[in-house]
Design a protein around this ligand. Structure first.
Ligand code: 2M8
Length: 429
């Protein structure tokens, strides 16, 4: 076979494999991230996975969203995990979280990339009847979800929402949270982690982190999920630059989808105002000296001075001004070349960088996808393409893993992983 023929058959094989992974992880309308390790429906995983489905099965893609929205709380929150069916391969399950709704769930949310995924799905969708039908059903729920973020997580109208749990950030054990989490008490009761039945402990968060993750879960339950009490007393409150950026981008995408179908709703004016407010507040997280947007501990009012990839999502959100964008573009270039593959979750020059420990260093494809889109939006197509190609090189080398060792490219965490397959489908189809 010629080189080109080999490359084409390689791409075709990757596409087939990615489709098979989504089918394998399909539990009848929602997709688990991977079997065993994560046996439920996760919020941002599902949003991204729906994009993958959209590339080859439109009805199934919309179904993913329908089931995610079926777990929406009355106050508008879309939880971070929906426990559709019982499973004993994951901890903590619904009993620990303690929400007694019909569809059991966790009591926090996750980075709200959903509306951004839906905007792309709207652009891709060929079946216009299906599209119309689904949007009519979904848009009011999405509006409620976005209003929830701004109302409940920014009650003082600062323009910067707060997050109450590292699990909410999706970047669970990122070194950005180390100091804020250290101030949270640890639970003293015994528990049995199940993640370590599936994955080597060198790739997962440590016990000291789990002890505090669980304290927060109990804190929410003990406060009956009352948002005022939690806002007043939660021992962990951060301005997460990743969530702020993803929310900002998704709100703009939601407004644009609503405008495309001429949806009129007073709530849209509120969302417009929130977009402006965030744009004027974001510089509170910018460090002129380091030329970087940091996360901030809202309790101590200190910036979390670790270079983690959430900051580059300000490009995805188009929250960076031209000068900041140039600085972040230059940083992305050096960040990319500092490790062997794509943009790692912590900058390799940081003393806290661990190339294979979960969110402390490894490469995550969906984050690279957002960074690449951001660079494209700021008119840096070559760098964007480079990030895409070095991300795809990981799949080529190791397959569809949850994340990848940034230095060696070795696949880490769960195998046959849905969001990795979905991003590959988005890029390759
Ligand atoms: C990871 O988080 C879960 C808790 O939500 C866990 O480790 O048990 C994170 O990578 C998160 O971002 C992701 O959504 C989830 C499922 O893939 O796994």
């Amino acid at each position: 076979m010629s080189n080109i023929a080999q490359q084409i058959s390689g791409v075709a094989a990757h596409i087939e494999q990615a489709k098979l992974i989504l089918k394998k992880n399909d539990l009848g309308g929602y997709t688990v991230p991977t079997h065993g390790l994560y046996p439920f429906q996760w919020n941002w995983d599902s949003a991204i996975t729906a994009l993958g489905w959209m590339m080859f099965d439109e009805a199934r893609a919309w179904k993913e969203i329908e089931l995610l929205l079926s777990g929406q709380w009355d106050n508008g929150m879309i939880p971070h995990v929906l426990f559709h069916k019982d499973s004993d391969t994951y901890f903590p399950g619904p009993d620990v979280w303690g929400s007694h709704l019909k569809l059991k769930s966790t009591s926090i949310s996750q980075p709200p990339v959903l509306a951004s995924a839906i905007k792309i799905m709207v652009e891709q969708c060929q079946d216009k009847d299906l599209l119309k039908q689904n949007l009519a059903q979904f848009l009011p729920k999405l509006i409620e979800y976005h209003l929830w973020w701004y109302r409940e997580r920014d009650p003082e109208n600062t323009g910067l929402v707060v997050s109450y749990h590292p699990w909410e950030s999706g970047m669970d054990n990122s070194p950005a949270w180390d100091d804020a989490l250290a101030a949270v008490p640890a639970v003293t009761w015994e528990y049995q982690r199940r993640d370590l039945n599936h994955i080597d402990s060198s790739q997962r968060p440590k016990k000291k982190e789990y002890d505090r993750y669980l304290y927060l879960v109990e804190f929410f339950k003990n406060n009956q999920f009352d948002s005022e009490k939690i806002y007043a007393n939660c021992p962990y409150k951060v301005n997460d630059i990743g969530i702020i950026s993803i929310l900002h981008k998704a709100t703009k995408d939601l407004l644009s989808v609503c405008a495309s179908v001429n949806l009129q709703d007073d709530a849209l004016d509120i969302l417009e105002q929130k977009v402006k407010l965030t744009e004027s507040a974001i510089n509170q997280l910018w460090c002129e000296n380091d030329q970087f947007f940091y996360n901030r501990d809202v309790i101590t009012k200190q910036l979390c001075r670790v270079k983690t990839n959430g900051s580059l999502l300000t490009l995805f959100a188009e929250l960076a001004d031209q000068k900041q964008a140039i600085a972040l573009k230059d940083l992305s270039t050096s960040w990319l070349s500092a490790s062997a593959y794509a943009v790692s979750s912590t900058h390799p020059d940081s003393e806290l960088y661990e190339p294979q420990r979960y969110w402390r260093g490894p490469v995550w494809l969906h984050i690279n996808w957002m960074i690449a889109l951001g660079l494209e939006a700021y008119n840096y197509p070559q760098l964007s393409e480079k990030i895409k190609n070095s991300s795809l090189a990981l799949i080529n080398k190791s397959g569809y893993f949850e994340y990848f060792n940034a230095d060696t490219g070795e696949g880490c965490g769960g195998g046959d992983f849905s969001w990795t397959a979905a991003i590959a489908l988005y890029w390759l189809l």
